[in-house]
Every structure is written in structure tokens, then in C-alpha cells.
Design a protein around this ligand. Structure first.
Ligand SMILES: [Zn+2]
Length: 254
């Protein structure tokens, strides 16, 4: 059984004060393993908060290098990092923020071959990808391996987030059905950087709640955010019994 050292007690003082966390909860976070797929806008926000909160083992997946056009929203990376692999830049920043945790980088593009193998080593997976094919592959791997999966998406001034708990609620495919036809996805859309921050931060909170086993998750609830009106809405979503990914999973009772 691990314990907290003096530095950790001081570092996490303000969350150790919370009834939902305390020392027992902080140790759960320390033993927790969260995989964040993508170190773009969503991944930057969620990773910073997960690292700061003391999630003991963070996995980071990204195959790209830092480009000047990323910096408007991908706050893990600095102007000095241009051209550097994003994994390297991300691991450096997160270790500097919190040297008490382990940050493991995967410089890979997730496909049908490698995803399940990576996902298996973690407790929770955060979808911080920027494309539909990766998202569908991740959803399927997480459902098949029973890993909670927190989907986030952003476009323009709009964002959405939903948590998928395999066997307990709908999966990403229950709602979004099929990936767009190959070639149908054009240029990446414009986006307000702070929207990525808002959604990524909600994803971090969901992951932390899963590790702590507290609160109400966004399972079966698609939360949408519109920065122009500054409104949040919640759409109740149901499991599709004919879903090609989770249709054959028995729902847990209770
Ligand atoms: Zn499904």
C-alpha cells in the first residue's frame, strides 16, 4: 500500500481537504492510470489538470510534431517546441509540472492493430483525437476491453463531451453510427482555443471521478457547450441494441 510523502501532502493540500478525496482518494489517484490520446487542444487541457491532480501514471499518445498553427489552442506546447515531437514536448511539460508522477509517451498513430494493446494498460481513456477514424477505433477498443472512455469533440465555438462506460450505457457508435466516408472529411475546422480548454477540463474531471468512484458521470448524457451563447445543454442518449460495437454487451443491472 503506497503512502503520500511530505511534498505530496503539501502539493495536494487543497484537494486532500475535500470529503470526496482525502488521503484515501489521493492514493487512488496516485495508483490511477489514464491514457490521453492526442496532445492537441483537448489533450493539453486534460493532461495539465490530470498531472496537477496527481494521477500517478499518465499515458500520452501522439505521432505529430509541434507546428506553429497548433499553439493557438495546444497549450502544452510552446514556441520553443516548434518541430519537436509532441510527445517529447508534452512529457517535458507534465514532468516539470509534477515530478511525482510517471508520464509515458507513445509516438504512434492509433490503428486497429495497436490500439487495444495500449489501452489495456490503463484504467481510463480520454479521446482527445481530432479525427473520426481514430475515435471509432478507440471507442471499439475501449468497449471490447471494458475501459471507461471519455469522448470530447470541438468545432468552432461548440464542444461536446460524453463518458462511455462499457456495459452500463451507450457507446460512441450508438450515437454517431458510422464514420464519414473516406475522403468526405475536408480541412480541419476552425476552433476557438478556449473551447478546447473547457471540454478538455471536463474530460479531466470525468476521469478523476471515475478513479475516485464519486459523483455522476456523463454516461448516457451528451453534454454540449456553445461558447457564443455560453450555454450548456444535456441530451439523454440511449444504447442502440443493434450497435455493431456494444449491441451484444449485457447491460449491468442497477
Ligand atoms: Zn454502442
Amino acid at each position: 500500500m503506497s503512502t503520500l510523502n511530505e511534498n505530496e501532502r503539501k502539493r495536494y493540500m487543497r484537494q486532500l481537504m475535500l470529503d470526496e478525496i482525502g488521503e484515501a482518494g489521493q492514493l487512488k489517484l496516485k495508483e490511477g492510470k489514464v491514457l490521453v490520446v492526442g496532445t492537441g487542444g483537448l489533450g493539453s487541457a486534460s493532461l495539465f489538470y490530470l498531472a496537477a491532480a496527481g494521477v500517478g501514471h499518465l499515458g500520452v499518445v501522439d505521432s505529430d510534431s509541434v507546428d506553429l498553427s497548433n499553439l493557438q489552442r495546444q497549450i502544452l506546447h510552446n514556441t520553443d517546441d516548434l518541430g519537436k515531437p509532441k510527445i517529447e514536448s508534452a512529457c517535458e511539460k507534465l514532468s516539470r509540472l509534477n515530478p511525482e508522477i510517471i508520464v509515458e509517451g507513445f509516438r504512434e498513430r492509433l490503428g486497429t492493430q495497436n490500439t487495444a494493446g495500449i489501452v489495456t494498460g490503463f484504467d481510463v481513456v480520454i479521446d482527445a483525437t481530432d479525427n473520426f477514424p481514430s475515435r471509432f477505433i478507440l471507442n471499439e477498443s475501449c468497449v471490447r476491453t471494458g475501459k471507461p472512455f471519455i469522448h470530447g469533440g470541438i468545432k468552432g465555438f461548440f464542444g461536446q463531451v460524453m463518458t462511455i462506460i462499457p456495459g452500463r450505457g451507450p457507446c460512441y457508435r450508438c450515437i454517431f453510427r458510422n464514420p464519414p466516408e473516406a475522403g468526405a472529411v475536408n480541412e480541419p475546422p476552425g476552433v476557438l482555443g478556449s473551447v478546447a480548454g473547457t471540454i478538455g477540463t471536463i474530460q479531466a474531471a470525468e476521469a478523476i471521478k471515475i478513479l475516485l468512484d464519486v459523483g455522476e458521470l456523463l454516461s448516457g448524457r451528451l453534454l454540449t457547450y456553445d461558447a457564443l451563447g455560453n450555454t450548456f445543454r444535456e441530451v439523454q442518449v440511449k444504447k442502440d441494441p443493434n450497435c455493431s460495437v456494444c449491441g451484444d454487451l449485457e447491460l449491468e443491472v442497477g
